[in-house]
Design a protein around this ligand. Structure first.
Ligand SMILES: [Zn+2]
Length: 231
């Protein structure tokens, strides 16, 4: 009881602010206010077969469906969201956005029958440094809504790659080959796996994950990400 009153008082003095527009949140809002959620530049790709994100993988790897929650554009007030949960420790924001994405996918025919969510793995050293895998937090959010288990132990990252921002596209593509390894092949056999990422730019990383899975097991792969850089 005392704790509740204390928290209410604390919230009066230091209210939680919307991560996009910094206005104080009301009780039912979590991380992002309703009007910013409404105005989010959503891709709506979950309703659009053969969308621009799926086209990234054409001729490279077979993907059932691919979607992202929002367009990740330079100058957009939604762009810092990713930075906040990736580098500033705000992983509850990743869970919250994952729940949003999950609520759009939940119940859609093309996203039915998914057996497990597999976040793009970080190298263990990087995960220790960051304290968590942001894609795993997104997967947790999707899982909260869709009730699909999250699998984190059987697709692993073998190589510690440096930050890729300074490399060109071709180098990046070379860089991710042979990076991922499937540890437990049986686990994915005859399953429909949805790979989860934070932001997709060239798609090279998640393509390498999908290839690692499909070269080793007979499984279907779909892809879901929070941000999509579409130029
Ligand atoms: Zn807002």
């Amino acid at each position: 009881m005392f704790k509740e009153i204390w928290n209410a008082l604390l919230n009066l003095v230091f209210p939680d602010l919307c991560e996009v527009c910094r206005t104080p949140l009301v009780k039912s809002e979590k991380c992002i206010c309703l009007s910013c959620l409404y105005a989010m530049p959503k891709t709506k790709y979950w309703n659009e077969p053969d969308n621009e994100l799926e086209k990234l993988f054409w001729g490279k790897v077979h993907v059932e469906r691919a979607c992202a929650l929002f367009f990740y554009r330079i100058g957009s007030s939604y762009r810092p969201l990713i930075h906040k949960f990736k580098y500033q420790g705000n992983y509850s924001l990743a869970i919250r956005l994952g729940e949003d994405l999950g609520s759009y996918l939940n119940g859609l025919d093309s996203y039915r029958g998914i057996d497990m969510l597999v976040p793009v793995p970080l190298h263990p050293r990087k995960e220790r440094k960051r304290g968590y895998n942001q894609s795993e937090q997104i997967a947790k959010g999707i899982s909260n809504v869709m009730q699909i288990p999250v699998e984190t132990r059987s697709l692993i990252r073998m190589v510690y790659t440096e930050t890729q921002t300074k490399k060109n596209k071709l180098e990046r593509r070379e860089n991710v080959k042979e990076v991922f390894k499937v540890k437990d092949v049986k686990l994915f056999e005859d399953k429909h796996v949805m790979l989860i990422d934070d932001v997709i730019t060239t798609g090279a990383t998640i393509e390498a994950c999908a290839l690692a899975l499909q070269e080793n097991c007979r499984c279907k792969v779909s892809i879901a990400s929070l941000g999509f850089v579409y130029n």
